[in-house]
Ligand binder design. Structure first.
Ligand code: BES
Ligand code: ZN
Ligand code: ZN
Length: 496
């Protein structure tokens, strides 16, 4: 799919559909909408009067053969209240318009920016919205809807003087959306098509293509490093584990500057191990590698965006299987850091592999840590599928991440991890245990466990169990993997 900036006046745009958005206000026919209304001889005002054009969020009004416009159709999308309008709303509008028009076999359309808002930020939002909306999860369907393909999206409403800003936003949006779709593509793969070894191959190929340094640790190297927590999960099945290390180094690295460590959980399938999960819904546990996919996607974007900070990405990957050699509840493991762990529940495996991933990232020189993981069902209970759970050991660093989330339109909510929760993971027979002996605070328990391996380094943990997968399609996004947290982490790194 092509996306281009087009500075022609809207009436002259040769496109199958001219798309713009309408605010919900006393008179929705204002500014550019009033200009279009003039071209179509007052039709929009009539629609507004009859109540067919209100500006309510994601209301669609489709006009065929609009006289006075070269476009074949005019599509008006409700944008809600003007005061609440921002790049997140525009991203959804562009995405929802794409999916609406694609379903109607339209092949190209133009999104017309409203008056006074021809900025790089909004061009970026349109590009991101369109590209992520165009992603489908039908890779393994033999009968594809081949006739339904969007070929070209134009971003319109920019003057010649605004062209440079628009193009800047457009190329940034393309980089970020392509990275997000790269991550979603990985998450979409079922576990028989994406084992830790296959994920490592794909990570290596991505890194080489993007010009990033990459090292894949196989089971022998992992054993040599004494990553006992990761190995304890991997011993449950025949597939060997892998650790992916992808590094971005800026052109002029400053000595003594901070180094960001990104760690992502990549359990390519989580049966629960001996503490086995119920059969109902278990198929979804193929997305238990979404944290790792997100961080690999972040690296792919950073390679193109070139921040002035070094970033080390560590992705530990394994299956969690209940084979005859699997670890059993009560087993005591020694993590790479030397800490001993009593594994009371083999289904709390994400925190085990992150323990070694985080320790290794620190050993490689990371000074600031961010991890992303589909870690707990408890975060789904707490925040449903709306907010990412954010846990942070350093409030200024955490505030930066929350500001990044806000700037890119991803919903995130901070959870507590003060010392009163430390008792939850205090071990009876080892240094720590991997679940709480009591009830409640399941997502916090997971975070407290990971915190044990972060030392003094500022660290943020993102629990994306509720947000990495859409159970139902949204108007702007297909059912399935969302690629959540990628935009926020990219923004955080770019502003560090
Ligand atoms: N991968 C799961 C968490 C999960 C649950 C992800 C639902 C996506 C949707 C994780 O490994 C897990 O099983 N966690 C347990 C922890 C418990 C045993 C303390 C959980 O949440 O039930
Ligand atoms: Zn589990
Ligand atoms: Zn898991």
């Amino acid at each position: 799919m092509q996306i281009k900036l087009e500075t022609q006046p809207f009436a002259a745009l040769d496109t199958e559909a001219l798309v713009t958005y309408v605010f919900e206000e006393a008179d929705p026919v204002q500014g550019r909408i009033a200009e279009i209304d003039q071209s179509v001889a007052g039709l929009l005002r009539k629609l507004a009067k009859s109540g067919e054009l209100t500006g309510k969020t994601l209301e669609f009004t489709l006009v065929h053969a609009p006289a006075g416009l070269k476009a074949v159709r005019l599509l008006l999308v409700g944008a809600g209240k003007r005061e609440q309008f921002n790049n997140a709303v525009l991203r959804k509008i562009a995405g929802a318009a794409l999916r609406y028009l694609k379903a109607r076999s339209v092949k190209n359309f133009a999104v017309l920016i409203r008056e006074g808002s021809a900025t790089d930020e909004f061009a970026q939002a349109i590009a991101e919205g369109a590209l992520t909306a165009n992603f489908e999860t039908d890779k393994y369907k033999t009968e594809k809807k081949n006739d339904k393909n969007i070929e070209t999206v134009l971003i319109a409403g920019y003057s010649d003087a605004e062209r440079a800003a628009g193009n800047k936003g457009l190329s940034k949006g393309r980089i970020i959306a392509d990275a997000q779709n790269f991550a979603r593509d990985l998450v979409n793969e079922p576990s028989n098509k994406l084992t830790p070894r296959i994920l490592a191959e794909k990570a290596e190929a991505m890194a080489k293509e993007a010009g990033l340094a990459v090292e894949i640790l196989d089971e022998k190297k992992i054993a040599g490093l004494k990553m006992g927590a990761l190995l304890s999960v991997a011993q449950g099945g025949p597939e060997p584990p892998r650790v992916m290390v992808v590094t971005y180094t800026p052109a002029n690295p400053k000595p003594g500057a901070p180094v960001i460590g990104l760690v992502g959980k990549a359990v390519t399938f989580d049966t629960g191990g001996i503490s086995i999960k119920p059969a109902d819904g278990m198929e979804k546990m193929k997305y238990d590698m979404a944290g790792g996919a997100t961080m690999l996607g972040v690296m792919r974007a950073l390679a193109a965006l070139k921040p002035n900070v070094k970033v080390i990405c560590v992705v530990p990957s394994t299956e969690n299987m209940p084979g005859g050699t699997a670890q059993k509840p009560g087993d005591i493991q020694t993590a790479m850091s030397g800490k001993t762990i009593e594994v009371l529940n083999t289904d709390a495996e994400g925190r085990l592999i992150l323990a070694d991933g985080i320790h290794y990232a620190k050993q490689l020189g990371a000074t600031h840590l961010v991890d992303a993981a589909t870690l707990t069902g408890a975060i789904v209970v707490a925040l449903a599928n709306v907010n990412v759970g954010v846990f942070g050991s350093d409030q200024p660093f955490t505030d930066k991440l929350l500001a990044s989330a806000k700037a890119v339109g991803e919903k995130m909510w901070q959870m507590p991890i003060d010392d009163d929760y430390r008792d939850f993971i205090k071990g009876s027979f080892a240094d720590i245990q991997n679940i709480s002996s009591g009830k409640g605070g399941g997502a916090i328990t997971g975070a407290m466990f990971i915190k044990e391996f972060t030392g003094d380094s500022p660290w943020i943990h993102l629990d994306i169990a509720g947000t990495a997968w859409n159970d139902d399609a949204k108007p702007w996004l297909a059912k399935g993997p969302t690629g959540v947290a990628l935009r926020t982490v990219v923004h955080l790194v770019m502003s560090h």
